[in-house]
Write a protein that binds this ligand. Structure first.
Ligand SMILES: [Ca+2]
Length: 162
């Protein structure tokens, strides 16, 4: 019982920190065009809600777009819009559906579909992007996890067969 009482404040703190992280990126999503509409460059058909972070669910280390957006005072303007933060040849505005850099908070961007990631160089499998994204790109980790998962299943199957 004492252990539980001791852990309770820690758990509560984690819960608060977790929801604070979610709140942070949800608030920031509204400050960029199509902030809640960015496609996941690692997995078609899914999204990347934590646009400024290497972690798709937000929190942790910022990607180049997140770093630039922060140093721009978390404001969307022509400066951040014209940058190509992930260096894939398309400006942040082009990626986020505001090619003319005219979007303001609360407005509807010029384009709302096919929104690409402004902080992760795409296509992620190209030689150039693999170099630029470096070890930060979490696309590969799923593959590694799957590989370990597969290995585990194979080992387990091997044991059961015996
Ligand atoms: Ca770009």
């Amino acid at each position: 019982m004492k252990l539980f009482l001791g852990l309770a404040p820690a758990a509560l703190l984690l819960l608060l920190l977790g929801s604070a992280t979610v709140d942070a990126f949800k608030t920031l999503q509204a400050k960029i065009p199509n902030g809640a509409n960015v496609n996941n460059p690692c997995q078609a058909g899914t999204q990347w809600p934590g646009v400024g972070h290497w972690n798709k669910d937000g929190g942790g280390e910022r990607n180049p777009f997140g770093i630039a957006f922060k140093s721009n005072g978390f404001v969307w303007n022509s400066t951040i819009c014209q940058l190509d933060s992930d260096q894939d040849g398309r400006s942040n505005g082009e990626e986020l559906g505001d090619p003319q850099c005219v979007w303001t908070e609360g407005g509807t961007p010029e384009r709302t579909d096919g929104i690409t990631h402004p902080g992760i160089c795409e296509p992620v499998n190209s030689e150039n992007c693999m170099r630029l994204n470096g070890n930060n790109i979490p696309c590969g980790s799923t593959t590694i996890k799957s590989a370990f998962g597969l290995l585990y299943v194979m080992l387990l199957a091997n044991i059961l067969v015996r």
